[in-house]
Design a protein around this ligand. Structure first.
Ligand SMILES: [Zn+2]
Length: 275
């Protein structure tokens, strides 16, 4: 499938929604077909929002001591860019674990679930995973109409949040999943103690690596991509390092900072959406 890796790919949609900034680090829209869902998916950047200071400007994280009103406005802008009502873009209260939540559209919204994977059926709701170095993963099944977002940092990758999310999707009927792994801190920038590298290596043999200066490091995203391959889920990997890019938030690079997000929503098939 044709893809663009242009970091400015969101500019057109940003203009269409009437505010300035970039909003999307990477974005792709695949149009619906007769009996196949379309999809809007992307990874936000740190531009085009209203947060100030170290959170400037599109911080989407609610748990990082930013002004809650600014976060609400920023989340609203991203939802609108996806064509969603703000309350229909669902976020998680992430725990660095492997629990997965399935969105119940008819249920009253009662706060963000304490999970690291979130799944939704149909086109009414989008889902989001927040990161600032951790690896964000998006899933789509365009034939049955399922989407998911997962937050995989080092602990989550090791705990198996990616297999758990894939299992939930398959339990719900997914038959043709595809995934996109977003930008995160790269292996060169993720220095860890030797013992931590060894522990990660026991879970995923592709994760142990070295930093730019040769000290022990972990490539979490490589572990995630390998897990997807082992699960038989075709995936693409969007290039970019959160710590090295001025367009992304990096906890390791900045300490107190904002969060960017992986976001995905379905577009109904042209022939209509079955309930
Ligand atoms: Zn890097």
């Amino acid at each position: 499938m044709a893809r663009t890796w242009d970091g400015r790919a969101g500019a057109e949609a940003v203009g269409a929604t009437g505010y300035r900034g970039c909003v999307f680090y990477w974005r792709q829209r695949q149009e619906p077909e007769a009996e196949r869902y379309g999809v809007e998916w992307g990874f936000t950047d740190r531009h085009g929002g209203v947060s100030q200071g170290q959170y400037g400007s599109l911080n989407l994280g609610a748990g990082v001591a930013d002004d809650p009103a600014a976060v609400t406005e920023n989340r609203s802008r991203v939802a609108q860019a996806l064509g969603l009502a703000p309350t229909n873009l669902r976020f998680m209260s992430q725990q660095h674990g492997c629990a997965v939540h399935t969105v119940q559209p008819d249920q009253e919204r009662s706060g963000a679930p304490d999970v690291d994977g979130i799944v939704a059926r149909g086109s009414s709701h989008g889902v989001a995973a927040l990161v600032a170095d951790c690896t964000p993963v998006l899933f789509v099944d365009r034939s049955v109409g399922l989407v998911a977002a997962a937050h995989a940092g080092r602990p989550g990758m090791m705990a198996g949040v990616v297999p758990a999310t894939v299992q939930r999707l398959r339990d719900l009927g997914a038959v043709s999943l595809e995934a996109i792994v977003g930008p995160s801190i790269c292996g060169r920038c993720y220095e860890v103690p030797l013992s931590m590298r060894e522990a990660a290596g026991e879970v995923s043999a592709v994760t142990p690596t070295v930093t730019w200066t040769g000290t022990p490091a972990i490539d979490v995203a490589a572990g995630v991509v390998e897990q997807l391959a082992e699960l038989g889920v075709p995936c693409s990997w969007v290039p970019g390092c959160a710590r090295e890019s001025d367009d992304l938030y990096s906890y390791r690079g900045e300490g107190q900072t904002g969060r960017y997000a992986a976001v995905v929503r379905l577009l109904p098939p042209l022939g209509g959406e079955s309930a």
